[in-house]
Design a protein around this ligand. Sequence first.
Ligand code: GLV
Ligand code: GLV
Length: 324
Amino acid sequence: MARVAVTSPLPGEALDQLATLHQVTVRQGPPLSGEALATFVGNAEALICLLADRVDAVVFERAKQLRVVAVYAVGVNNVDLPAAYGAGVWVTNTPDVLTDATADLTMALLLAVTRRVVEGDRFLREGRFTGWSPDLLLGTGLQGKHLGIVGFGRIGQAVARRALAFGMKVMYHSRRPHPEAGLPEAIWVSDLDALLGQVDVVSLHCPLTPQTRHLLNRRRLFQMRKGAFLINAARGEVVEEGALVEALTSGHLAGAGLDVYEHEPQVHPGLVNLPNVVLLPHLGSATRETREAMARLVVENVRAVLAGGPPATPVVGPGLPPPT
Ligand code: GLV
Ligand code: GLV
């Protein structure tokens, strides 16, 4: 029996099943970071954590028994990956199981902001709906419009499939073209600035890395077409949030649909009063089915490592290339 430290209860039965095999300690409380997380891990051989817990180098320095950090998310930007790699600790994530849920939520944001769904709901609840009218809350249609997807991994590709079904034209920017996606209608654009200048909607689906932090900085936000929309269900720090507020309030951008924030859970005060912005509390993977599947996958990864094998969905680990 190995000790497994878990920073938060998870939906479903997976942790209970793990507890029949290993000594599982589940805490409740706000996210942990640094020394506090190292102390919580103690002599555990496995850590299951959330995206809000910060697994800094000190955890790998102090928790000498640690063999795997299983992140309950697809993005692992909360883990010091070089430190994990240096310590020979596996880091795993939960890809695939959340792809459809996240792509669906991206479409929900896109439709909500272009068709003014949230504004309309508010309008009605305020008692202002006095009857159908030819020019009431007119939005923007998607058919024939260009969607620019930034980051063409599983989620970006799933968004492309949905957008094509809505009659959009799809372009994407990523380091290399992705013919294996089987989406010949989606055009690869090697130059991000060129993509931004050509599309009506930009949707972000890249991981947060040192290279993608503030990828959409002020210059690039204003490089987007006037009247374009921005959707972000990836990571808040990919966008320079203060500059986004300027791009929206100046009327350069027509609207934004956001699920993530630069200083999460804080939201830039400039966003909160803008009617053309839809703000969600990081719900990308938030379906019961998906969250239970994510819990099963983190448990599967932990069990595999504790049994001496490689995990199912590693991000870094012994024998893999060093993180860049
Ligand atoms: C959610 O944001 C995730 O990375 O899974
Ligand atoms: C997630 O699964 C991605 O690679 O986009």
